[in-house]
Design a protein around this ligand. Structure first.
Ligand SMILES: Cc1cc2nc3c(=O)[nH]c(=O)nc-3n(C[C@H](O)[C@H](O)[C@H](O)COP(=O)(O)OP(=O)(O)OC[C@H]3O[C@@H](n4cnc5c(N)ncnc54)[C@H](O)[C@@H]3O)c2cc1C
Length: 292
C-alpha cells in the first residue's frame, strides 16, 4: 500500500513548525514526522490519512543531549542510536542505554527518535516505560508557549498522550543517576528486537545496605505504561533480599489485569510481570551496590 495523498512541509525551525501546525484549518488534519519508524507504516497501511505532514527532520535545535544540575536533557529529534551511544546518556541514565538496546534493531534506532517513541506512546515500548519509572519530565511547545508534564501524567491510554494536536514534544528531562543508584530493564520478547510481551524498568537508590527508594514501571500489561507506585514505595527501608524482591514482584503484578492477544495470554503476562520485577530489582540493586 502507498499513503493517501498529503501536503508535505519541511520547516527548519521549531517556530516555523508551530506556525504551520496552528495555521491549518484543523490541526487534527496534520501529523508531524520524526523518524517515521511508526508513522510511515501507519501511512502506508492508510491507518493514518493526514492531509498535511510537517517533517521535523530539518529542525536542528530539536537534536541535542546535555547534562546540567543533575538533569539529563535529550532533544525530541535525537536519534535513538545517538542516545544509545552517548557518553552523557551512559553516565546520567544507564537505564536508557539498556532500554534502547532492546528497541527493534540498529537500523530502526538509526532513524527512530527519542521523542517519536515517547509521543507515539506504544504501551509495549521501552522509552515510555523508562520515562514513567524515572519520573522524567516531557517538555512540549504549542501556540500558547511551553509546558512541562511529568511522564506519569503524560500517557493517557493506547497510543494516547496529553499532547495537543498543535503541540510538538521538544525534549525529555531525566533526573541524572547519582551515587548509590542502580537500574535495570528486563523484558521478554519472542525474538530479540521484537516489541516485548512484557517489560520492566526498575530503579533503586541504596543507603548503605538499605533500600532508600525504588521505582518500578511495566510495559505490555495495560494500554499505557504502568507505574507500580505502591510496590516501589513499599521497598523503602527494606534490606535487599530475594524474598523482598519476590514480594515486590507479587505486589506489582497483583493489581494487573493484562488482556490476551495473539502473542500471549493475559495470565501469562501477569505471571511474567512479577518474575521480571523480581529480576529487575535484583540487577538494579547489585548495580546500586557497585555504584556506592
Ligand atoms: C520493525 C520495527 C521494530 C520496532 N521495535 C520496537 C521496539 O522493540 N520497541 C520500541 O519501543 N519501538 C520499536 N519500534 C518503533 C520505533 O522505536 C519508532 O522509532 C518509534 O516508535 C517512533 O519514533 P519515530 O521517531 O520513528 O516517530 P514517527 O514514526 O515519525 O512518529 C510516531 C508518532 O509520533 C508523533 N511524533 C513524533 N515526534 C513527535 C514530536 N516531537 N512531537 C509530537 N509528536 C511527535 C508522530 O506524529 C506520529 O504520530 C519498532 C519499529 C519498527 C519499524
Amino acid at each position: 500500500m502507498k499513503p493517501a495523498p498529503f501536503e508535505y512541509w519541511a520547516p527548519t525551525s521549531l517556530d516555523e513548525a508551530l506556525k504551520l501546525l496552528s495555521g491549518f484549518d484543523d490541526p487534527g488534519d496534520a501529523k508531524v514526522l520524526a523518524g517515521g519508524q511508526s508513522l510511515m507504516a501507519l501511512l502506508n497501511l492508510r491507518l493514518a490519512q493526514p492531509a498535511y505532514i510537517v517533517d521535523l527532520n530539518g529542525i536542528a535545535e530539536l537534536s541535542s543531549i546535555s547534562r546540567d544540575n543533575g538533569t539529563l536533557t535529550i532533544g525530541a529529534m535525537t536519534r535513538q542510536r545517538i542516545a544509545e551511544r552517548s557518553a552523557d546518556v551512559a553516565a546520567a541514565c544507564p537505564l536508557m542505554v539498556q532500554a534502547l538496546q532492546q528497541v527493534g534493531h540498529p537500523q530502526i534506532r538509526n532513524r527512530g527518535t527519542v521523542g517519536g517513541s515517547l509521543a507515539h506512546a506504544d504501551p509495549a515500548a521501552e522509552l515510555p516505560t523508562l520515562a514513567v519509572c524515572l519520573g522524567a519530565d516531557l517538555v512540549m511547545r504549542g501556540p500558547s508557549g511551553e509546558r512541562t508534564v511529568n511522564a506519569r501524567d503524560f500517557f493517557t491510554g493506547f497510543l494516547s498522550t496529553v499532547l495537543a494536536e498543535d503541540e510538538i514534544l521538544t525534549a525529555v528531562r531525566i533526573p541524572a543517576a547519582g551515587p548509590g543508584t542502580g537500574s535495570a530493564f528486563e523484558e521478554v520478547a519472542r525474538r530479540h528486537g521484537d516489541f516485548a510481551m512484557v517489560g520492566v524498568a526498575a530503579h533503586v537508590q541504596l543507603n548503605g545496605d538499605t533500600i532508600a527508594a525504588a521505582s518500578i514501571a511495566l510495559s505490555g500489561v495495560d494500554g499505557q505504561p504502568v507505574h507500580a507506585a505502591d510496590a516501589g514505595a513499599a521497598l523503602a527501608g527494606q534490606t535487599p533480599s530475594d524474598d523482598v524482591f519476590a514480594a515486590a514482584g507479587a505486589a506489582a503484578s497483583a493489581g494487573l489485569d493484562p488482556t490476551s492477544d495473539l502473542h500471549a495470554s493475559g495470565a501469562y503476562r501477569k505471571h511474567v510481570a512479577g518474575v521480571l520485577v523480581r529480576r529487575a530489582l535484583k540487577v538494579a540493586t547489585a548495580r546500586a551496590k557497585e555504584n556506592q
